[in-house]
Design a protein around this ligand. Sequence first.
Ligand SMILES: NC(=O)C1=CN([C@@H]2O[C@H](COP(=O)(O)OP(=O)(O)OC[C@H]3O[C@@H](n4cnc5c(N)ncnc54)[C@H](O)[C@@H]3O)[C@@H](O)[C@H]2O)[C@@H](O)CC1
Ligand SMILES: Nc1ncnc2c1ncn2[C@@H]1O[C@H](COP(=O)(O)OP(=O)(O)O)[C@@H](O)[C@H]1O
Ligand SMILES: [Mg+2]
Length: 282
Amino acid sequence: MVKQITEDILNEVIVKRPADSYKGDFGRVLLIGGDKQYGGAITMAAQAAVSSGAGLVTVASDAVNRTALHSRVPEAMFVDWTDLDVLMEQIDKSDVVLMGSGMGLTDYAVSLVKRVLMQMNAKQVLVADGSALTIVANEHLSFPRDTYTVITPHQMEWARLSNIQLNYQDEIELNDVQRSMLNVDVLVLKQHHTMIYNNEGQQQIMVGGPYQSIGGMGDVLAGIVAAFVGQFKLSLSHTVQAAVYAHSALAEQMAGYNYVVRPSLLADGMANFMGRYQSNLD
Ligand SMILES: NC(=O)C1=CN([C@@H]2O[C@H](COP(=O)(O)OP(=O)(O)OC[C@H]3O[C@@H](n4cnc5c(N)ncnc54)[C@H](O)[C@@H]3O)[C@@H](O)[C@H]2O)[C@@H](O)CC1
Ligand SMILES: Nc1ncnc2c1ncn2[C@@H]1O[C@H](COP(=O)(O)OP(=O)(O)O)[C@@H](O)[C@H]1O
Ligand SMILES: [Mg+2]
């Protein structure tokens, strides 16, 4: 039975910050993506991660994106993704690595995806989205067995990864078998009323709508997911459920007075949205 995710997940997962906390308590998040063509995608993911409370955000991207990224998200640190020694060091230091947003499909992007998959360890969480998923599918790569892995494909990306065509993607058992064969802990299968698959079963959001059908909306979700898993200590599956719910619930609220919801505005709205749900620790 597919469980419907309700607003309760937000009060359960989003906790009030302890008074004596510091940035290191809320996740070191590394975002790898943004080639020459798609700098906006990684910028929006970074904006979303910062606004959703990630303690420290670093972006590894094509050098051409540095100034634009900093002008929109000065809180984020920047690494030129061709500087491999620094990049590998950053991966080792991170709690969460998001890769794929606007990464593109160049040979260099392929080589980066391979390196990241090899470098991740058992204590870290990998969030893979966008181009990284297409690369894993095209190159027949595997997700690391010992790293917690969350993937956030749209339906075409899932078709490439799983070989399940779009008209069969409502077959729950089929999707779940493929998820597990791919070494994926949490599959977020994005669609109208997105579904989440994990070892605890399947969950679905009933919020959100077509005002979200706009480029960048998935990049923002990836940044929110990375920030949530970096800072909240509940199970990975609950934390991802909260991130997915928050993304579409806020979009639904913003759509009350907008025809479409701009992903960059949604990203900026997350801090205010989360502030309304934080629950007390005691
Ligand atoms: N401002 C930016 O820089 C943006 C960059 N983006 C990046 O662009 C790269 C390519 O991603 P795309 O998703 O555009 O390209 P993809 O080639 O992965 O997917 C788009 C293709 O899938 C098809 N499709 C079928 N069903 C679909 C569904 N339910 N949802 C989405 N597509 C469906 C579309 O018709 C199209 O042919 C990613 O790395 C992504 O992060 C996009 O997020 C758009 C915005
Ligand atoms: N009609 C819709 N109803 C609900 N959610 C939608 C709809 N269209 C798109 N979305 C949501 O918007 C996001 C789109 O993600 P994606 O296709 O990866 O966008 P991009 O790669 O351009 O950022 C997903 O979270 C998806 O669930
Ligand atoms: Mg996408």
